[in-house]
Unconditional design. Structure first.
Ligand SMILES: NC(=O)c1ccc[n+]([C@@H]2O[C@H](COP(=O)([O-])OP(=O)(O)OC[C@H]3O[C@@H](n4cnc5c(N)ncnc54)[C@H](OP(=O)(O)O)[C@@H]3O)[C@@H](O)[C@H]2O)c1
Length: 293
């Protein structure tokens, strides 16, 4: 392993970017630079080009994105700039300096039809502005550089920032009953596990598109029940409801895919380790989190 690699990590104030920097430093890489919007606004083409040409990274882990899925529906132009044009500018500059580029994408690029896991090359047809713009970002990256790792993930949780697990834990302090969707099925992704996989991938030339969530599938209802059971939370009654019922209560929500199952065949074929089972990831995460929520 080359510990002298110069690695640029975007989105360091978010969930995944934070863990990428943490894991890379833990592994002994000493030339790791984590940045966020204050240091570089990725929608500014000239600034992106200048920054990357001056810094000359060997690897760019591009995690920054517009991730507020519902709010994205209200400002599609801005979200396109962040999720599609930003990665385009980064890929173009990465290509100029010969850097490997990671682009983190999402299950939301698919339409969520059926029950069969989506393959990396399944047709894309995102249901929301977030899903469509992330898909456009993928296409720009593929056109901008050959040295890309596109990794689709879903239902992300990490120590830094907000996520579903923290929300459920907070709600358990003020609610005694919750209605949770039971017909959207997917896989949670622990940023600690993903960042470790990215660090492994970075040392290879096995470029391409991958799916890399924690193993196993569950619904949001299963996920919630598991979190509460693991934390011995018994004061909240969790009721399963359908997406249709949920949308009647929250009509302005962006459309979510019912089927977020993604196949890991390309990961296995390339010889990378699958991430641990999602229940194991939640257990470790809850230990890491303690009562800090
Ligand atoms: N969270 C999920 O459930 C999920 C699911 C599937 C895929 N993903 C993908 O996984 C990646 C990491 O997600 P995450 O949950 O770690 O994201 P996150 O916690 O929301 O962090 C994203 C970071 O990007 C920054 N950012 C936004 N606009 C920017 C801009 N114009 N220039 C520079 N930085 C900007 C944000 O800053 P501000 O907060 O100041 O805007 C934030 O610090 C993203 O690419 C996301 O699309 C996430």
């Amino acid at each position: 392993m080359n510990k002298d690699l110069k690695i640029l990590v975007t989105g360091v104030k978010g969930q995944l970017g934070f863990d990428c920097v943490r894991i890379l430093k833990e592994r002994g890489y000493c030339r790791v630079l984590g940045i966020d919007k204050d240091e570089l606004d990725i929608t500014d083409e000239e600034a992106v080009n200048r920054f990357i040409l001056e810094y000359k990274p060997d690897v760019i882990m591009h995690n920054a994105a517009w991730t507020a899925v519902d709010k994205a529906e209200e400002m599609p132009d801005l979200v396109y700039k962040v999720n599609a044009l930003g990665p385009k500018y980064i890929a173009t500059a990465a290509n100029k300096v010969g850097a490997k580029m990671f682009y983190i994408s999402t299950d939301y690029v698919f339409d969520g039809e059926g029950t069969v896991p989506f393959e990396v090359d399944s047709p894309k047809d995102g249901l929301s502005i977030y899903g469509k713009t992330k898909s456009q970002g993928e296409d720009f990256v593929i056109n901008g550089t050959n040295k890309y790792f596109i990794i689709r993930i879903s239902w992300v949780f990490g120590i830094n920032g907000n996520n579903y697990i923290k929300t459920m834990l907070k709600l358990s302090k003020i609610k005694d009953e919750l209605n949770i969707v039971c017909d959207q099925v997917g896989s949670p992704t622990y940023t600690y596990d993903l960042a470790n996989l990215m660090a492994d991938m970075m040392e290879t030339d096995k470029y391409g598109v991958y799916h890399a969530t924690n193993e196993g599938f569950c619904s949001w209802y299963d996920f919630t029940k598991y979190i509460y059971k693991a934390k011995w939370i018994t004061n909240v009654k969790v009721n399963p409801i359908t997406t249709e019922e949920y949308l009647k209560i929250n009509p302005n929500q962006a459309k979510r895919p019912l089927n977020s199952r993604m196949s890991k065949a390309s990961l296995v074929k390339a010889g990378f380790n699958l991430l641990p089972k999602w229940e194991d990831a939640v257990d470790r995460y809850l230990k890491e989190l303690g009562n800090d929520y």
